[in-house]
Design a protein. Structure first.
Length: 159
């Protein structure tokens, strides 16, 4: 018997020429699109402003970084819960670098910088669990660039 399971995900990305006309020229069409998952509110997406997109909408690069950050968060919270470490707050100000070359590009790295408050004295163990979270994060294990983390863990200060 194997411990392997398969999970499937579905989403729909829709774009229409109604927003700015058909793709007759690079400058002449809208980059706005809708990202939908059944039963959830849609996200409005666009291209990065560097690629003629609308800065008020999410772009794919931001969503990739947010996915990495959220996956690390969820992996970390699960590991802490399993060890009985009470996480009280968690904020990650993540950064990523993408290099563009000759019309294409790729991410070269992501840096997660979680700031965590715990109601527990095991600060060092809580820091080490970030390494384990990186090892088990599904999204980080699916990208072909380094995903580093520089966590700060502090003891929750009661008022």
């Amino acid at each position: 018997m194997t411990d392997e399971r398969e999970h499937r995900y579905e989403s729909t990305v829709s774009w229409s020429a109604a927003g700015g006309g058909p793709t007759r020229s690079y400058a002449g069409y809208s980059r706005q699109h809708a990202i939908a998952v059944e039963g959830k509110p849609p996200l409005v997406g666009s291209a990065d402003p560097a690629f003629r997109g609308d800065a008020s909408h999410y772009n794919p690069e931001e969503l990739l970084l947010a996915s990495l950050s959220a996956c690390h968060l969820l992996s970390y919270l699960a590991l802490c819960a399993l060890e009985g470490i009470a996480v009280v707050s968690y904020t990650d100000r993540a950064h990523a670098t993408m290099r563009e070359r000759a019309g294409g590009g790729r991410f070269t790295e992501a840096l997660l910088r979680p700031e965590v408050a715990i109601d527990d004295e095991r600060i060092e163990r809580a820091i080490v669990l970030h390494d384990r979270a990186r090892e088990v994060c599904f999204v980080a294990n699916s990208v072909n660039f380094p995903v580093r983390h520089e966590p700060v863990v502090r003891r929750f200060a009661r008022e």
